[in-house]
Ligand binder design. Structure first.
Ligand code: THG
Length: 367
């Protein structure tokens, strides 16, 4: 369709050369980097994730490092989720909000030490935010970006591949927990996590010069299980109801509207950013919620520029955010961010890639 012009503003992933060799043929931008989105065989790539094991360059999930005596304090000021019982070696999914309770990112927090945290961020600049807050609050903490680049190994056979490379201990790792280790001398953090519902691990590479080497180690070790390249999979993640910050949220979205309420602890200290607003929104009830949309028409929808108005009985009730053809459901599925006056079973319509499509509201996740 069109190409991408590299520039000094775009940071290459340490796995870039390896993914070129794998035949990557499309990218999207995320955190001022390029993320592979296709290797040219969508069905093969999808079923590899569902039934086998898939290897992803997700270096775009960049790390905001908090280091210093007040690192934990800053983490709790940034995150409206109770971190007081978070252990070293534990990760947590933490929606971050601004003072209005509006979602500004939804990272995974990793506690590496009492004075060292990483926020593995979605697509928005949290270094600016964390540095500004740390300075305004007079905290003794350095906010930086370490040399860290995640690679994901996802799918039901990921556990066997990662155990083969790292050792049997990875089978007992709890979800979002991690351990610092080495793979053939390459420093990594191995976590049980990843942006799919098929299970798997993320290998956080701690030496950007070793990307190709680390990629090839897993490529070779995974061969008996049929490992191959993939990426956060549009079809699978919509089927699984995984929300993409910035794709399924706008600059008014609060966590309660997008099914993240369970990650908000209203009792966190009063100096946590956004908590006053979140308490108020929770008490009043959010104005919108997210539901699934199943489109009537079967002709496969390819990802496009969405965020189109959604109508019920001719009246605008919200937005259709993402829509994609589901390979397991064999229908076009989308996410609706809509008025709470709309409910499961309601008929709706929206423009999808230039065509008015009708559909029905349903619960999330689809599968
Ligand atoms: N891995 C890493 N960094 C990331 C992501 C990741 N940064 C950006 C983005 N993804 C952050 N967002 C999410 C969103 C959902 C999940 C993980 C990261 C997730 N959610 C599970 C779910 O919704 O079922 C479990 C959440 C829970 O129960 O605690 O996994 O993928 N390194």
């Amino acid at each position: 369709m069109f190409g991408i012009t590299p520039s000094a503003r775009l940071r290459p992933s340490p796995y870039f050369e390896a993914t070129l060799k794998e035949g990557v043929c499309a990218f999207t931008t995320y955190n001022h980097m390029l993320m592979p989105t296709s290797y040219g065989h969508p069905l093969e790539e999808y079923w590899r994730l569902i039934n086998g094991v898939s290897q992803w360059d997700v270096a775009v999930e960049r790390q905001v490092q908090l280091r210093g005596p007040d690192a934990g304090k800053l983490a709790q000021i940034l995150a409206p989720r109770d971190l007081s019982k978070c252990n070293v070696g534990q990760g947590k999914y933490v929606p971050l909000c601004n003072h209005q309770g509006v979602l500004i990112n939804d990272p995974i927090l990793l506690k590496l030490a009492d004075d060292l945290y990483w926020l593995s961020i979605a697509d928005s600049n949290i270094w600016f935010w964390a540095r500004a807050i740390a300075a305004e609050r007079g905290l003794r903490v350095e906010v930086s970006e370490p040399d860290v680049s995640p690679m994901a190994i996802q799918g039901p056979k990921a556990v066997d591949v990662v155990a083969h490379v790292c050792g049997e201990w990875i089978r007992d790792l709890k979800y979002f927990w991690f351990r610092e280790t080495q793979i053939q001398g390459i420093p990594v953090v191995v976590a049980r996590s990843g942006w799919s519902k098929q299970g798997g691990y993320e290998i956080y590479l701690r030496d950007g010069t070793k990307g190709t080497q680390l990629w090839n180690i897993f490529r070779e070790a995974g061969a008996p299980w049929g490992i191959g390249p993939g990426n956060p999979n549009w079809s699978e993640r919509v089927e699984s109801g995984l929300i993409s910050f910035g794709g399924d949220t706008d600059d008014q979205t609060n966590p309660f509207e997008v099914r993240m309420g369970k990650y908000i602890d209203l009792h966190v200290p009063d100096d946590t950013i956004g908590i006053q607003a979140l308490r108020r929104i929770h008490a009043e009830g959010p104005r919108r919620h997210s539901l699934g949309v199943i489109l009537d028409e079967g002709e496969p929808v390819v990802p496009g520029f969405l965020w189109n108005p959604l109508f019920k009985d001719g009246e605008k009730v919200g937005h259709l955010t993402n829509t994609v053809f589901s390979i397991r459901v064999q229908k076009n599925l989308g996410f609706a961010l809509i008025s709470r006056a709309c409910a499961v079973g309601d008929r709706v319509e929206a423009l999808v890639n230039g065509k008015m499509e009708r559909g029905v509201l349903t619960e999330l996740p689809f599968l």
